[in-house]
Write a protein that binds this ligand. Structure first.
Ligand code: ZN
Length: 278
């Protein structure tokens, strides 16, 4: 058990299909790059979906509209390629103005029904701050909230956004697991390898318009080791888990992917603030 006393259950499901939904290009690589690298290495087909166009991510007022969005989408594709992920989608909502509207939820429902993931990774919509020095971006909260609302109930219900079924033949889809990243009350850890962590650093290094990733390696390694200590492995990434297992009336739903396995550790302790993600 780590010095903070919180033990994390180990989450060892390797999904057949995984979907990461985040607000901006680069968020997904902070949130899940090493885990995507680990899953893809084991056969997962993964999709990264960015909800905004990222066009506000600069202090340069002379940039023409759309120029930065194009740069950042190219950076996200290059970053995801470092993880073996070639399915990158942008929903093109305006950066900096994202709200959890029905239009955003509908766009995420469309992706959920197209990708049909076993696991969705998204951002904790409950987080307004991380510590004294960092307020959470409202787009992060909105992307997380819209994704949770899309997973349940809208993607699952045939009568939600019925035109998606009628006009695009997108059948309802029920996602089994949701993982919230940068969560206020993380309770599971996904084991990763040093190779996966190096892939994450290469992915972060592709977001050149946003930051210089060279300084991040010590922080990224330290964090993965600390989470590993809390979960009994060398390296891991922390999340809050929701297991949306079929209820008694839905037993015809498919279960987890063949070979999937969840190791359950000690029950999670009460939440504590975390300060390690931006
Ligand atoms: Zn962001």
């Amino acid at each position: 058990m780590a010095e903070d006393g919180r033990r994390l259950e180990l989450f060892t499901v390797v999904p057949a299909r995984a979907l990461v939904v985040v607000a901006h290009p680069d968020d997904g690589d902070f949130l899940a790059a090493s885990v995507l690298a680990a899953w893809v290495r084991q056969g997962t087909r993964a999709t990264v979906c960015v909800v905004t166009d990222g066009d506000a991510g600069s202090d340069d007022p002379t940039l023409p509209p759309g120029a930065l969005a194009r740069t950042r989408l190219a950076e996200q594709r290059a970053a995801s390629a470092q993880l073996g992920v070639d399915d990158v989608r942008c929903l093109d909502f305006p950066d900096g103005m994202l709200e959890n509207t029905l239009a955003v939820r509908r766009a995420v429902v469309r992706v959920l029904r197209q990708v049909r993931p076993d696991v969705v990774v998204t951002m904790d919509p409950s987080r307004y701050w991380f510590d004294r020095g960092y307020l959470n971006h409202p787009d992060h909260r909105a992307a997380g909230a819209a994704t949770l609302d899309a997973v349940f109930p809208s993607a699952r219900d045939a009568r939600a956004f019925p035109e998606l079924l009628r006009e695009e033949r997108l059948e309802p889809h029920k996602t089994r697991y949701v993982l919230l990243g940068a969560a206020a009350d993380d309770d599971i850890a996904v084991p990763i390898t040093a190779e996966d962590l190096e892939a994450k650093l290469r992915a972060l290094g592709e977001h050149r318009s946003q930051f210089d990733a060279h300084d991040m390696a010590p922080w990224v390694w330290e964090r993965a080791r600390e989470v590993g200590l809390r979960s009994g492995v060398e390296l891991a990434e922390p999340y809050r888990l929701f297991d949306l297992a079929p209820g008694p009336s839905q037993r015809e739903e498919p279960g987890p992917a063949a070979g999937a396995e969840v190791l359950v550790g000690d029950p999670p302790a009460p939440p504590r603030p975390t300060t390690d993600w931006g």
